[in-house]
Design a protein around this ligand. Structure first.
Ligand SMILES: [Fe+2]
Length: 187
C-alpha cells in the first residue's frame, strides 16, 4: 500500500504524520508541487510484455503529461533482485541530490521509496504499482529501491542526456529510514 510519512528534517525518529489513502497523499504532495496520481492500464499486460507494450498500455496518461509538461522522451526501466549490479544501482541515488529536470516515474510493478527534503521537512513517499510521482526539477531528494530491488517503471524526460544527479553533499539521507522491503521479501 502506498504511504507518505512526514518528518522534521532534524528528527528521523518521529513521524509527524502518516497517510495511506491515495487522495490524502496526493493532497499533501500537491502542497509542495509534486504530482502524485493513480494510473490504470488501458490494456492487459502479460509476462514478457515489451517496453512498447508497457508504454502502449498507459499511452493516454503518458501523452497527457508530455503535453502538459513538455516531456520529450519516454522509456521503461526494469530491475529485479538478480541484477548483478543491484548494489551499485541502489547506491547511485541514495544520497541527497537534485536534477535540472523533473524526475517522473510511473510504477508499473514493484515499488520504491522517494524521500523529498523540502521546507525543513523530509517527506517520504512509498510508491507502489499504479503510482505516478513527478518530483519537480531542483527539489532535493533521494531514492531507495531497497536491497532486493523489484520494479518496472515508466520514465518521462525532457532531455535524457541531461538527466543526471547533482549531489548536495549533505549526509541527511543516511539518518533517515532506508527501504528494507526487498530484504523482508527475500528473507
Ligand atoms: Fe533523483
Amino acid at each position: 500500500m502506498s504511504r507518505i510519512r512526514i518528518f522534521n528534517e532534524t528528527d528521523a525518529s518521529t513521524v509527524l504524520s502518516e497517510v495511506h489513502q491515495h487522495a490524502g497523499i496526493a493532497a499533501e504532495l500537491a502542497r509542495i508541487g509534486v504530482r502524485f496520481e493513480r494510473w490504470q492500464a488501458g490494456a492487459a499486460l502479460t509476462p514478457g510484455a515489451t517496453q512498447e507494450d508497457v508504454i502502449a498500455a498507459y499511452r493516454s496518461d503518458i501523452e497527457r503529461l508530455m503535453v502538459e509538461n513538455g516531456y520529450k522522451a519516454v522509456d521503461v526501466i526494469s530491475l529485479t533482485p538478480d541484477h548483478p549490479q543491484k548494489d551499485a544501482l541502489r547506491q547511485k541515488f541514495l544520497n541527497e541530490h537534485t536534477h535540472s529536470e523533473d524526475e517522473v516515474r510511473f510504477f508499473v510493478a514493484g515499488s520504491g521509496l522517494f524521500s523529498l527534503h523540502v521546507d525543513g521537512k523530509v517527506i517520504e513517499v512509498l510508491c507502489e504499482a499504479g503510482d505516478l510521482i513527478s518530483v519537480p526539477a531542483n527539489t532535493t531528494h533521494w531514492f531507495d529501491m531497497g536491497p532486493e530491488p523489484h520494479f518496472i517503471a515508466i520514465r518521462l524526460f525532457t532531455n535524457v542526456e541531461g538527466w543526471v544527479a547533482n549531489f548536495t553533499g549533505s549526509a541527511i539521507a543516511q539518518g533517515f529510514p532506508r527501504y528494507e522491503r526487498g530484504q523482508a521479501l527475500a528473507a
